[in-house]
Write a protein that binds this ligand. Structure first.
Ligand SMILES: [Fe+2]
Ligand SMILES: [Fe+2]
Length: 166
């Protein structure tokens, strides 16, 4: 008998290899758009309200979706590029490698920021607060840049490699 509670905890979102590539790219673009809306909320939280706790909470809630999104891009888009457009793959590979710092930030820096906040009572007036705000702002602008690069370079290359007009 399957222990539902136990097995549900272990179920991870899988990659759907049957989704047509053009549909997938449209979905990834709309996910970028949703992430962008959340990034705006994060910006407001840190820059207007000085609320790093809320900012880190929003990012941490996005974390799993961002990682899944990145894994899908590598598993499906990079595969198409390597098989069908290898000669033009250089820039796209570099862009896909940016996932490393995204995941590092989500798995390491974000926890550090969250822990610092709870350990330091004078946090909001400290230098660490300024550093953390800077780190989060950098994460936001790098992630934004990453989405733009994918939409301008990676996605069109995949569509071209698959002979799909965009
Ligand atoms: Fe990506
Ligand atoms: Fe993406």
């Amino acid at each position: 008998m399957i222990d539902n509670k136990h097995s549900n905890n272990k179920i991870r979102k899988r990659i759907n290899f049957d989704e047509p590539i053009a549909d997938m790219i449209e979905r990834l673009k709309s996910e970028h758009h949703n992430f962008e809306n959340k990034l705006h909320e994060v910006e407001d939280a840190i820059n207007s309200d000085k609320d790093i706790a809320y900012a880190t909470k929003i990012i941490s809630n996005m974390s799993e979706s961002i990682i899944h999104h990145a894994v899908e891009e590598e598993a499906r888009l990079l595969r198409v590029i390597m098989h069908k457009a290898k000669a033009e793959s250089f820039e796209s590979i570099k862009i896909m490698q940016e996932h490393n710092w995204v995941i590092n930030f989500l798995k390491i820096d974000l926890n550090k920021i969250a822990n610092r906040k709870t350990l330091d009572l004078e946090y909001s007036s400290s230098l660490k607060y300024i550093e953390d705000t800077k780190l989060i702002n950098e994460f936001i602008s790098n992630l934004r840049e990453h989405f733009i690069e994918e939409e301008q370079i990676v996605f069109p290359l995949v569509l071209k490699a698959e002979n799909i007009s965009s």
